[in-house]
Design a protein around this ligand. Structure first.
Ligand code: FNR
Length: 412
């Protein structure tokens, strides 16, 4: 055996949790709290994770699985694993390469990114930088003209699937973010300045590359539809905490724009979008049924926005079975929220999801190592899924069903 000594440990983190620890060290408080935080008392954030841990996997012996099949199809796209990347806004806070790195890292791992409306790179930039990344998440912000323009841009750039997020009628109460000044007029306090100076690489990239602001909102402001703060406004705001009316109303319009979003709006979007359409942020089987049967959605993403919106709503994995039972035979059902291990993805597939999306886990990889980190996190999921299948005695992801799961109740 060969032993070697390294002054710094350059080995790649072994788990999502290890990437999380690394990301935490790399990021200043404002970015960390933005990624990690959730609504109110973080009850749903915690239950998204703990909900998976109640399930037990069946273990069959002497099956001789050999090399298991990890492939799955998500949003009509064959992937090398049943895990894809959920949309996350302001990914530039994690790493300046943001959505481009996430999309490229996903492709390198045989997966895909859903690009957020609140992305740091435009949908055209991401399309130009990737071969296959053509899924777009839509926040129906502003008026129908804005929404229609974004949909046309996505279609022109070759996007094939639209994920309409319906769980942000207002922004949830994320006190971690708010304590760092996000969502209101941000000012540079001595504490914030010191904290950022302790992360010089991050700060340098923010200043040089300027990839934090959501670019589609900025373009909307630049087109004159939304009042645009002047440079002086921004300087006053940062150094004196002064929120003048232009800043306030621009923020208000970009952040609180879906309060009256309703089924008619969704019908309007369905009528205009020729590609596949998924409704993201559904937890109730009645809503899932209406989205599929009346609106004609291709599928549902069972999601509570990673516990960032309504605290004390159902954990995603707890909401999944009833939605699968209601629409699973005629629509694609996916899940996100709390997926941290390959075993979590397996539990979700056993309960009827065709695949899962991850949010925070890939942001940890992105924050710590850019594109390489995103790919590494997906590779961890694929390896964990493959190993688990062999240990269970199950030949492939496509062979998983409810019979492979035991709840603690079944075991008594
Ligand atoms: C999100 N999420 C999200 N969803 C969406 O539809 N549009 C968006 O712009 C964002 N932005 C965003 C930012 C950050 C920092 C996070 C953590 C999440 C929600 C996301 O798509 C997904 O639903 C959750 O992240 C899934 O939960 P986990 O995997 O983070 O536990």
């Amino acid at each position: 055996m060969v032993y070697s000594f390294a002054w710094r440990d350059r080995s790649s983190p072994l788990s999502v949790e290890a990437w999380r620890q690394l990301a935490r060290r790399r990021l200043p408080a404002i970015a960390w709290k933005y990624i990690e935080g959730g609504a109110d008392d973080l009850i749903t954030v915690a239950e998204n994770v703990s909900g998976f841990r109640r399930w037990r996997l069946r273990q069959r012996s002497l099956i001789g699985v050999g090399t298991p099949g990890t492939a799955a199809t998500i949003a009509k796209t064959p992937l090398s694993l049943p895990v894809a990347l959920a949309p996350t806004g302001a990914a530039g806070l994690s790493h300046w390469t943001a959505d481009v790195a996430a999309a490229r890292g996903a492709e390198a791992a045989g997966s895909r990114l859903v690009l957020s409306t609140a992305s740091s790179y435009s949908l055209e930039e991401v399309a130009a930088a990737t071969q296959h990344s053509r899924w777009f998440q839509l926040y129906p912000f502003g008026n129908r003209e804005h929404v229609g323009t974004l949909m046309k841009r996505a279609e022109a750039a070759g996007y094939t699937a639209l994920f309409v997020t319906v769980d942000v009628p207002v922004v949830g109460n994320r006190e971690g973010e708010r304590s760092e000044g996000m969502g209101s007029s941000w000012s540079l306090t001595p504490r914030r300045a010191c904290n950022m100076l302790l992360h010089p690489r991050w700060l340098r990239d923010v200043v040089i590359h300027k990839r934090i602001a959501p670019i589609h909102y900025r373009q909307m402001q630049a087109s004159g539809d939304v009042p645009m703060p002047t440079k002086l406004d921004v300087v006053r705001r940062i150094f004196m905490g002064a929120a003048d009316d232009a800043v306030r109303s621009a923020e208000a319009q970009s952040r609180y724009v879906q309060a009256d979003l309703n089924w008619e709006d969704l019908t309007w979007m369905r009528d205009r979008w020729k590609g596949a359409l998924y409704v993201k942020g559904v937890l109730d089987p009645d809503d899932a049924e209406r989205a599929v049967d009346q609106i004609g959605a291709d599928g549902i993403v069972v999601s509570n926005h990673g516990g960032r919106q309504l605290d004390r709503t159902l954990a995603s994995i707890d909401a999944l079975p009833a939605i699968v039972a209601r629409v699973g035979n005629r629509a694609e059902v996916y899940l996100d929220g709390g997926v941290r291990r390959g075993t979590d993805a397996i539990v979700a597939v056993c309960l009827g999801a065709r695949g899962v999306f991850i949010g925070r886990p890939y942001l940890y990889g992105l924050a710590a190592a850019g594109e390489r980190g995103v790919q590494a996190v997906l590779d961890i999921f694929r390896a964990e899924i493959a190993r688990t299948l062999v240990l269970m005695g199950c030949p492939s992801v496509s062979a998983l069903d409810r019979s492979w799961l035991l709840s603690p109740r079944d075991t008594i």
